[in-house]
Design a protein around this ligand. Structure first.
Ligand code: PHE
Length: 348
């Protein structure tokens, strides 16, 4: 058989082997065998020495052609086998992208945070600024500046936890009144602020008392502020919180830092005033304490009480939440029991 014929036969045979390769390892073996130094092509080319000078380059270039053809065939087969291996792997680890993902349970604001934010929104809409106070306060701001000197009997109503003789956890948000008033620049307009936050008292915990609870302090100071402004403001706020048909009533009360002082009741949002379990059959719900800022409190904050007057109020978000949702034990808010808290989920 001529060299040419041998090479043709080798080519046909090799192409067949390549075509029949079933996996990448086998194909690689074929490649090494065919194209390696000891491979059949090299072997055939050994016979070149018997050829004429004319034939030699022809066979040489034919042999090179075959080499590159086989190389190309191997590459093509390799790509084919790789693709097959990939689709086999993909099929084995099927991933159904239409399957819904595992839900991540998102967090949710605590019900008291929700109520406080709702009330903040109402006041921001009325032009009030929101002021943050300190939970750890000085006796000076918590009591003295609120017209509760050291020996004042009304201090007994607000016994608290002392950190030192003069430092305590605040018993109410009222110290924020003094801190805000002493800084306010009246040339820039009226002082209108609310201050929500935690307060603490040395109470015995029961269904309606917790040693920690919340208040939202409100304060407006300007020239010519009267009790009518207080009443009108609270009427509007109560309507926003409990419904358009609500009315309020004021009853005389006492706070050392307001004069006159009032308790404010709102007509019952459940029965509308007829009497039910929520309003204890009185038609009214006691909702907050308020009054006209005591002139001494204004003066202690450097405000001329002959020129400026103001009103203040203290509202309890815990109580609002209890009334609105029929929660009968204030301690539920602080137990971190998910069964309780999840009832006030706003997001899914
Ligand atoms: N600080 C009072 C309390 O805790 C509430 C209050 C605030 C009353 C402002 C009148 C004016 O009882």
């Amino acid at each position: 058989m001529s060299l040419q014929a041998q090479l043709e036969a080798l080519k046909a045979d090799s192409l067949k082997k390549i075509q029949e390769a079933l996996e990448l390892n086998g194909l690689n073996e074929i490649r090494v065998n065919l194209l390696g130094k000891k491979g059949p092509i090299t072997e055939v080319l050994r016979g070149m020495k018997d050829l004429t000078a004319e034939e030699r380059p022809k066979i040489g270039s034919f042999a090179n052609e075959i080499k590159s053809e086989l190389q190309a065939a191997i590459e093509a087969k390799k790509a084919e086998l790789e693709a097959a291996a990939l689709s086999k792997a993909l099929a084995a680890e099927t991933l159904d992208i239409t399957l819904p993902g595992k839900p991540i349970s998102g967090g949710n604001s605590h019900i008291l945070t929700q109520i406080m934010e709702e009330i903040e929104d109402i006041f921001v809409g009325m032009g009030y600024q929101i002021v943050e106070g300190y939970e750890v306060e000085s006796d000076h701001y918590n009591f003295e500046r609120m017209n509760l000197p050291k020996d004042h009997p009304a201090r007994d109503m607000q016994d608290t936890f002392y950190i030192s003789e003069d430092i305590l956890v605040r018993t109410h948000t009222s110290p924020v009144q003094a801190r805000t008033m002493e800084k306010h620049d009246f040339s820039k307009g009226a002082l209108k602020m609310i201050s929500p936050g935690k307060v603490f008292r040395r109470d015995t915990d029961d269904a309606t008392h917790s040693h920690q609870f919340h208040q939202i302090e409100g304060l407006v100071v300007d020239k010519g502020i009267t009790m009518a402004d207080l009443k009108g403001t609270l009427q509007a706020v109560m309507q926003k919180m409990f419904g358009e048909n609500r009315s309020i009533r004021l009853r005389p009360s006492y706070f050392p830092f307001t004069e006159p002082s009032v308790e404010v009741d709102v007509s019952c949002f459940k029965c509308g005033g007829a009497g039910c379990n929520v309003c204890k059959h009185t038609g009214w719900i006691e909702i907050l304490g308020a009054g006209m800022v005591h002139p001494r409190v204004l003066e202690m904050s450097g405000i001329d009480s002959t020129v400026y007057t103001g009103f203040a109020f203290g509202l309890g978000p815990d109580r609002v939440a209890m009334l609105r949702y029929g929660v009968n034990d204030i301690r539920n808010f602080y137990l971190n029991d998910q069964r309780f808290l999840q009832q006030f989920k706003t997001k899914e």
